[in-house]
Design a protein around this ligand. Structure first.
Ligand code: MN
Length: 238
């Protein structure tokens, strides 16, 4: 099963409640759970003793303990999730992108923001914040300083989002098809854009499929994948 873009935060408890229900019921029976980024709205470091984050970590840890492996790939909100988080929860960190073998086929997994190449300004911020040296420098700062930086970044990104049109903030199809060619796959799953859909792509003249996961702002979104193939579903929230 695949989920992404929950943007968990204490101010929106219903999202976390829905995730915990989902973890208790559906995720337990799954072969594996893949979280493709932006699980949290902000993550300023594994050393942040945020009690809300601790609740979610406990819930993820419970799933791992039952024998369902849980994998996490960084999003653009929670790219500071590190080793301590992984050790404490048992959640395994994946690089972005990652090629997963699934029922005899290779599937390219990504958060998706790396392919929003039309948004040049965003890509510059992305390169800076994914640099290990920048991250090490950031982790030297106090939690209060990091929190202030994260709040400012969110405000900047929201303001920037309002200045660009929908096409710019979406993934660039040529960049997507190039990535699929490079990794020699005809299947891809990503999140980030909050535009759940199944897209037909062309890779080396062959038909390919790209599945975009939805966010959890109003409802949940899950991609289930078994021998019969992928199924993208909305999880209604009452
Ligand atoms: Mn994102």
């Amino acid at each position: 099963m695949f989920i992404s873009d929950l943007h968990l935060q204490a101010a929106r408890p219903e999202i976390g409640e829905q995730l915990i229900e989902f973890l208790k019921k559906e995720a337990l029976g799954a072969d594996a759970l893949f979280i493709l980024g932006d699980l949290f709205e902000t993550w300023i470091g594994d050393d942040d003793p945020d009690p809300y984050h601790a609740t979610i970590q406990t819930a993820l840890g419970s799933v791992v303990k039952t024998g369902t492996p849980v994998f996490f790939m960084h999003g653009n909100r929670d790219f500071m999730i590190g080793k301590k988080f992984s050790v404490e929860t048992g959640v395994q960190l994946l690089p972005d992108p990652f090629v997963l073998g699934l029922y005899g086929k290779d599937v390219l997994l990504s958060h998706g923001d790396a392919y929003c190449t039309d948004d040049v300004e965003y890509q510059a911020v992305r390169s800076m914040t994914r640099d290990p040296q920048w991250q090490a420098m950031m982790l030297q700062k106090s939690l209060a300083e990091r929190r202030a930086f994260a709040d400012q970044s969110r405000a900047d990104s929201e303001a920037h989002g309002e200045t660009i049109d929908a096409e710019i903030s979406d993934v660039n199809v040529a960049a997507i098809e190039e990535a699929m060619r490079t990794h020699n796959v005809r299947l891809m799953v990503h999140g980030h854009t909050h535009r759940p859909a199944v897209h037909a792509q062309t890779v080396n003249g062959m038909s390919a499929k790209r599945i975009v996961l939805g966010d959890w702002h109003e409802h949940g979104s899950v991609l289930r994948w078994d021998q019969r193939g992928p199924q993208l579903r909305t999880l209604l929230r009452s």
